[in-house]
Design a protein around this ligand. Structure first.
Ligand SMILES: Cc1cc2nc3c(=O)[nH]c(=O)nc-3n(C[C@H](O)[C@H](O)[C@H](O)COP(=O)(O)OP(=O)(O)OC[C@H]3O[C@@H](n4cnc5c(N)ncnc54)[C@H](O)[C@@H]3O)c2cc1C
Length: 181
């Protein structure tokens, strides 16, 4: 594309910074890869901003109200005067804000590059965000773990370690149930 800026390159590009996306990005960094994380709204996605976290905060307030209303049953005399929904929402928003700040700090501290904007896939290894193409080095490094390119015997016989730990050569065991299948 003529109007596209020069591509940035990462070992791994993650599209979407929700629970799934940021967990994948953090794991990739643990494995020694460089990571670009594309997010069009807010890091944390549905769970942090609209799903799990806000619902649990609201449920906590509701549970407290329930306990207060039924307190005499437990020998505690408390009266439930009213529910201040603005204060309930402020409590919920405070929880979200704290966790959002923590997540942003974690992502930054791990060296993950957050690319703000809506990503559009272009080809197999490129995502375009705000007219800028970003590439994932999937075709050059790390090598795909196909049997033809990466047989177990060659991995075992390797004389020198790779410059970076390869995610494909970490020892992982299949669940024992697989063996029976
Ligand atoms: C009310 C509610 C309560 C829930 N409670 C729980 C719970 O208690 N426990 C639980 O385990 N799960 C719960 N969930 C489910 C949980 O929220 C989802 O499983 C989780 O958010 C899925 O994560 P995800 O990363 O796949 O998607 P999302 O969290 O939806 O993240 C996707 C992200 O990608 C971004 N994105 C999408 N397209 C693009 C693009 N083209 N370019 C850039 N960015 C893009 C979005 O902005 C978003 O941030 C709840 C969901 C809801 C709605």
């Amino acid at each position: 594309m003529a109007d596209q800026a020069t591509a940035q390159e990462f070992d791994i590009l993650v599209l979407g910074g929700g629970s799934g996306g940021y967990a994948a990005a953090l794991r990739a960094v643990q494995l020694g890869l460089t990571v670009g994380l594309v997010e069009k709204a807010k890091l944390g996605g549905t769970c942090l901003h609209n799903g799990c976290i806000p619902t649990k905060a609201l449920l906590h307030s509701a549970e407290l109200a329930d306990h207060a209303r039924d307190s005499a049953k437990y020998g505690v005399n408390v009266t439930l005067d009213s529910i201040d929904i603005n204060a309930v929402n402020a409590y919920k928003d405070g929880i979200i804000a704290g966790k959002y700040k923590g997540l942003q700090g974690l992502i930054k501290s791990k060296g993950i590059t957050v690319i703000e904007g809506e990503g559009k896939l272009q080809g197999t290894d490129t995502v375009v965000v705000n007219g800028t193409a970003t590439r994932a080095r999937t075709s050059s490094w790390p090598p795909a773990p196909t049997p033809a390119r990466c047989p177990a015997s060659k991995l075992a016989a390797r004389s020198s370690p790779p410059t970076r730990p390869s995610p494909w050569t970490t020892s992982r065991r299949a669940p024992s149930s697989w063996a029976a299948a």
